[in-house]
Write a protein that binds this ligand. Structure first.
Ligand code: ADE
Ligand code: ZN
Length: 341
C-alpha cells in the first residue's frame, strides 16, 4: 500500500483510543491560554516551546507536558483544548475519540475536578451534535503518585461516575509497576468503568502481563515491548487484548530507533489486535492520519492491513453496539470504495 494516496489514508474512517488531551495543546493555543490566565511559562515564546520538542526519553517529554498543562485553569480552557482537538481530528475522519485527561495534574494545582471535567464534557457533546462524532473521557492516573492519591482521584470523580468511560494509568512507567494500583483498578471496575493502562512503552514485557493478570484491563496502552517475551505475544493474540499503539510517539520517545524498526506490522501479522493512535499529537508531530501514513510508508502495510487496523480500533472502542455497527459500516463502505479494480 506504499502507493496508496494520502487522500485515501486521510478519508479512512478511524477511532482514536489513546490520546492525552494535554498533549494535544498546540503551541499557539498553549500560549494563548497562558496570556489569558497570566501564567508565566518557562519558554519565552512559541518558537522556544517548539524547539523543546526534542526528547530523549519518556521522562524528558513528561517534564515538558506537565509544565505546558499549567496554562489550563478554567472550564473554558478545558473546553477550548478539547474542541480544538476534536475539530482537528474530525478533519482526519476520526469518527470516535476516547480522550485521556490527567486529573491529578490539575487538582494538585488547585483546579477543581468538576471544572476540568465539565469543560471536556461540553466539547464532547458539541462534537456529537455538530460533527456527529462519538467519544468519551478516560481518567488517567499518574503512576508516580501514591495509591492513596489514586483513591482520592476516583473519589473526586464519583459525582460524574456515570459519564466516565474508564480509568487509565500513565506517567513515568519505570519504576512504578502496575501492582501498585491493583486495588484502585478494582474500585474502578466496581464503579462500572472500563480499565486501560500504559505498559510496555519503556517498561518490561512483565508489566504488560501484570496489567492483564493483576489489573484485569480491557486494553493495553502501547504494549509494544511485549515482543521481548514471545509467549506473551502469543497470549495477547489468543486473548485478543487490544494494544493502542502510537507509532510517532514511539519514535519521538526513542522506543524504536526509526519507524522502519517499529514492530506494529510484526505484531499485527502475529495476530495481535493492534490499533493506531496519536498519544500526544502536538508534541510528537502528528495526528491520526499522520500516524497511519508514517506506518504505511515505513512498514509497507497492505490495504487490507490498514483496514484491519482501523477495524480493530472500532472493535476495541468502548462503544454501545449500535454505534459500533454504524461506524463499522462506514469503514466497510470505505473499503469497498477503495478496492482496486
Ligand atoms: N502521558 C502522556 N503521554 C504519555 C506517554 N506516552 N506515556 C505515559 N504517560 C503519558
Ligand atoms: Zn499515552
Amino acid at each position: 500500500m506504499t502507493d496508496l494516496a494520502h487522500s485515501l489514508i486521510d478519508t479512512l474512517p478511524k477511532a482514536e483510543l489513546h490520546m492525552h488531551l494535554e498533549g494535544s495543546l498546540e503551541a499557539d493555543l498553549l500560549f494563548r491560554l497562558a496570556g489569558r490566565n497570566a501564567v508565566t511559562l518557562r519558554w519565552p515564546s512559541e518558537e522556544a516551546l517548539r524547539a523543546a520538542y526534542r526528547f530523549s526519553s519518556l521522562q524528558d517529554f513528561l517534564d515538558v507536558y506537565y509544565a505546558g498543562l499549567t496554562v489550563l485553569l478554567t472550564e473554558q480552557d478545558f473546553f477550548d483544548m478539547t474542541w480544538a482537538y476534536l475539530e482537528r481530528v474530525h478533519a482526519d475522519h476520526v469518527l470516535h475519540a476516547e480522550v485521556f485527561v490527567s486529573p491529578q495534574a490539575h487538582t494538585r494545582r488547585g483546579v477543581a475536578f468538576e471544572v476540568m471535567f465539565e469543560g471536556i464534557w461540553a466539547a464532547l457533546q458539541q462534537a456529537r451534535e455538530r460533527l456527529g462524532m462519538t467519544g468519551g473521557v478516560l481518567l488517567g492516573l499518574q503512576r508516580q503518585w501514591s495509591e492513596d492519591d489514586a483513591f482520592a482521584m476516583i473519589e473526586q470523580a464519583r459525582p460524574v461516575a456515570d459519564r466516565v468511560l474508564g480509568l487509565g494509568l500513565g506517567g513515568p512507567e519505570l519504576p512504578h509497576p502496575p501492582a501498585k494500583f491493583v486495588r484502585a483498578f478494582a474500585r474502578a471496575r466496581d464503579l462500572g468503568w472500563k480499565t486501560v493502562a500504559h505498559a510496555g512503552e519503556e517498561g518490561p514485557a512483565a508489566y504488560v502481563a501484570d496489567c492483564i493478570d493483576l489489573l484485569e484491563v480491557d486494553r493495553i496502552d502501547h504494549g509494544v515491548r511485549c515482543e521481548d517475551d514471545p509467549r506473551l505475544v502469543k497470549r495477547l493474540a489468543e486473548l485478543q487484548v487490544p494494544l493502542t499503539v502510537c507509532p510517532l510517539s514511539n519514535i519521538e520517545l526513542k522506543v524504536f530507533p526509526s519507524m522502519r524498526e517499529h514492530n506494529l506490522a510484526r505484531l499485527l501479522r502475529a495476530g495481535v489486535k493492534v490499533t493506531i493512535n496519536s498519544d500526544d499529537p502536538s508534541y510528537f508531530g502528528g495526528y491520526m492520519t499522520a500516524n497511519f501514513e508514517a506506518s504505511v510508508k515505513a512498514l509497507a502495510l497492505t490495504r487490507q492491513e490498514v483496514v484491519a487496523i482501523a477495524r480493530n480500533g472500532f472493535e476495541a472502542a468502548f462503544l454501545p453496539e449500535a454505534q459500533r455497527t454504524a461506524h463499522l459500516a462506514r469503514l466497510d463502505a470505505w473499503a469497498a470504495a477503495s478496492a482496486p479494480g
